[in-house]
Write a protein that binds this ligand. Structure first.
Ligand SMILES: Nc1ncnc2c1ncn2[C@@H]1O[C@H](COP(=O)(O)OP(=O)(O)OP(=O)(O)O)[C@@H](O)[C@H]1O
Length: 355
């Protein structure tokens, strides 16, 4: 079971001990988290971990096996109650953009506004076209827009009726990497401008970092950690989160006092999260940017492989202990595979897991 609560008092979405599955078999197991009004959450995890199932349960397309979902304090899903999707005031955007091809961009955006009068519809459509950076595109048809432009329109269509919550299931995965990089922060700004609570499903951590206020890291139907992008990357609470989010390796280390570890790369001083007894054997998380190439270091490693990344090289380096770690070096340090190089470690906060 995993249970997490963010600290703010005003809460928009509460997921309580929720299990969801198919044919009575749970694939999402007793997950809990809260999103406050206007927050953007992200479900991040590998394929098949249950992200879409959880999202579909929030949308009302799946009934729940146990637990409850509350929106603005109102229970919308429980074991014996399911508010129909169309009554939830929840908007959805999918990977498959699915704009109506025979309707203009303006008609697409106005699709969920049929209960408003014409002038109110027009005002909202123009406001959204402006917001998504496509003013003047209202009379065009979807086929005349690029993939990124179409995805902006799909977002505007979902946001038009001002839903209480917007759900986005891998909306950027059909777009190329460059476009995604530009579009994701734009979409975040649009959601923030509208003050809209949203949940994004993705398996791409950079997308999650660029979009979310809070990230739920999922594996095998459970939430391993619910936290800010910074917490998820720098304070991972499980080995899974440490490995899945960002590249990371574990060094063997032994606690020598509350601010010190003896490791494969010598004595490392820093802040330890937990009170660990002296002599405790731990795995110490090191990220590529924690391990630095240093010609003068007494610690050596063999270059196993390398990648040129423009501003720097990323090396895989084998230590004397046999462990292989990532290592950063500036781009003028161009070493060959098989060469021995000096490496050092630069860490201040020590993330460790007991063995
Ligand atoms: N309609 C269904 N009937 C039975 N099992 C299903 C159904 N939909 C999904 N599953 C199973 O539930 C589990 C979770 O699937 P889900 O699609 O929620 O994962 P996901 O994390 O969104 O994966 P992906 O990133 O690949 O979309 C998987 O084992 C999947 O095979």
């Amino acid at each position: 079971m995993s249970s997490f609560t963010s600290s703010k008092a005003l809460q928009e979405l509460n997921i309580r001990q929720l299990s969801v599955g198919y044919h009575g078999q749970a694939v999402v197991h007793e997950v809990s988290f809260d999103l406050t009004a206007g927050q953007i959450g992200c479900l991040l995890g590998p394929s098949g971990c249950g992200k879409s199932t959880l999202l579909r349960a929030i949308a009302g397309f799946e009934s729940v096996l146990s637990g409850a979902i509350l929106l603005n304090g109102e229970q919308i899903s429980s074991v014996d109650y399911l508010l129909p999707p169309e009554q939830r005031q929840i908007g959805m955007v999918f990977q498959d953009i699915a704009l109506f091809p025979h309707l203009t961009i303006a008609e697409n955006i106005a699709f969920g506004l049929k209960d408003k009068d014409k002038s109110a519809q027009l005002a909202r459509v123009n406001e959204l076209l402006e917001l998504i950076g496509l003013p003047g595109f209202g009379a065009r048809y979807p086929h005349s827009l690029s993939g990124g432009q179409q995805q902006r329109v799909a977002l505007a269509r979902a946001m038009a009726p001002k839903p209480k919550l917007l759900l986005m299931d891998e909306p950027f995965s059909g777009l190329d990497a460059k476009l995604r990089e530009e579009l994701v922060p734009d979409i975040r700004n649009i959601l923030k401008h509208e003050g809209m609570s949203a949940i994004l499903v993705t398996h791409d951590q950079m997308e999650a970092f660029a979009m979310a206020d809070m990230i739920a890291v999922m594996a095998s139907g459970e939430i391993h950690q619910f936290g800010t992008p910074y917490q998820i990357y720098h304070r991972p609470e499980s080995r899974f989160t440490a490995k899945f989010v960002g590249q990371g390796d574990f060094l063997n280390a032994v606690v020598c006092d509350h601010h010190c570890l003896e490791s494969d790369l010598g004595r490392i001083r820093g802040v330890l999260n937990d009170e660990l007894a002296i002599g405790t054997e731990v795995d110490l998380l090191v990220r590529p940017d924690d391990v630095i190439h240093d010609d003068n270091s007494e610690f050596k490693g063999l270059v196993m492989s390398k990648w040129f990344r423009g501003s720097h090289f990323l090396y895989r380096v084998k230590l004397a202990s046999g462990l292989v770690v990532y290592c950063f070096a500036s781009s003028h340090h161009n070493h060959t595979i098989g060469q021995e190089i000096g490496i050092n470690i630069e860490l201040d906060h020590l993330v460790v897991f007991t063995k």
